[in-house]
Write a protein of this length. Structure first.
Length: 367
């Protein structure tokens, strides 16, 4: 191992912050770049001897910046790696593939049809004299994956600096996230450098030892019950771009129609009228998580958790009309978008309210 000095500089391109990894004791070259709007970190990894490289979590708005660095540094880009299907920004993966011929890489669990490489836990990507190891770390979403190489781990939204990803959409699971962090990431060597997918406080990197000791959500030997309680009490707003980002990223950031994202309001009072008809040719979908559904739901509704719509496509085609609801309307809107892209018509979503409003109006629920 030796310190990196070559090609490291601070650059400001179109007002976007570009940060170097601060004198890391690794022989693999890493450039850390930042998107202000989404607070997303993008990483370029390069073998300095072969100039073969990979980019992790590229942002569409930073396409020109990233292509510029790839050209300036003489990188033979092999891989465009996505840690998960992002909900807060649109990926530039498809565009970078068009420009460079690099292969798009996702977890096999993401079930993205237009990618080149699907990885399972433990799979490795050769990069010059190095191997990038895939570590399946579900929790923030069901398909999250972290990547380990040369004493560094790129954790996406799974483990952040003094934090972690949320778990309230895209088949997220607080139990899975706790296991992913404590059993997989925390099993890495204490001096492993952590490079997250986001930071909102100006931090750039951490270590496994630091997060074990100081992470207020999952460090300090927090129990699973402590962690679950913390996650239940977050009460975060959904990402502003979720309705366009998720379906767009399922297409690698390209070939999506913005007209799909304009949804008229359909109130719970109208859904109640539909429910009263009990028409077997209609289906009411509860788009929340399995855990939320088991707590309470509209009678006779079917639970299809957000992000799993494509798995039920053939079944859904048998209904004349589909109605979708969730907790607040945001997930239902995105589910409508996903199904529309998949070719389904006659879909209506409750876009500006959800089950709490149904309950407040005195309508029946189960169990």
């Amino acid at each position: 191992m030796h310190y990196l000095y070559y090609v490291i500089k601070l650059t400001n391109v179109r007002g976007d912050v570009v940060m170097p990894i601060a004198m890391c004791q690794h022989s693999l070259y890493v450039k850390q770049m930042f998107d202000r709007d989404s607070c997303t970190y993008t990483y370029l990894l390069v073998d300095p001897k072969t100039h073969q490289g990979a980019i992790i979590d590229a942002v569409k708005e930073q396409l020109e910046r990233d292509l510029q660095f790839i050209e300036e540094l003489g990188i033979e880009l092999l891989y465009i790696i996505e840690t998960h299907i992002h909900a807060d920004h649109i990926s530039s993966a498809g565009y970078i593939r068009q420009k460079t011929g690099a292969q798009i890489v996702y977890s096999q669990s993401a079930a993205i049809k237009s990618i080149d490489i699907e990885l399972k836990d433990g799979d490795e990507l050769p990069l010059g004299h190095y191997h990038i190891k895939a570590i399946s770390t579900p929790g923030h979403t069901h398909s999250c994956m972290s990547f380990y190489v040369d004493g560094m781990v790129f954790t996406g939204d799974t483990l952040l600096i003094r934090g972690c990803g949320r778990t309230d959409f895209q088949q997220g699971s607080s139990k899975d996230l706790y296991n992913s962090i404590t059993e997989k990431l925390f099993s890495l060597a204490d001096d492993t450098a952590i490079y997250p997918g986001h930071d909102y406080n100006g931090n750039t990197c951490s270590t496994i030892a630091e997060e074990k000791q100081w992470n207020p959500r999952v460090g300090m030997e927090k129990s699973r019950d402590d962690f679950l309680q913390i996650m239940r009490n977050l009460n975060l707003d959904l990402p502003k771009k979720i309705n366009e980002a998720v379906p767009a990223n399922e297409g690698c950031g390209i070939n999506f129609n913005p007209h799909f994202y304009v949804h008229d309001d359909f109130p719970m009072s109208e859904l109640y009228k539909v429910w009263q008809q009990k028409n077997p040719d209609n289906l009411i979908i509860d788009n929340r998580t399995k855990e939320e559904f088991l707590e309470s739901h509209i009678p006779q509704s079917k639970n299809i958790p957000f992000g799993t719509e494509s798995k039920h496509l053939q079944e859904l085609k048998s209904f004349n009309h589909i109605y979708i609801y969730c907790h607040s309307g945001r997930r239902a809107q995105t589910a409508l978008t996903n199904l529309t892209i998949l070719g389904l018509e006659n879909i209506t979503c409750v876009s500006h309210s959800g089950l709490p409003h149904w309950i407040a109006m005195g309508y029946p629920v189960e169990p």
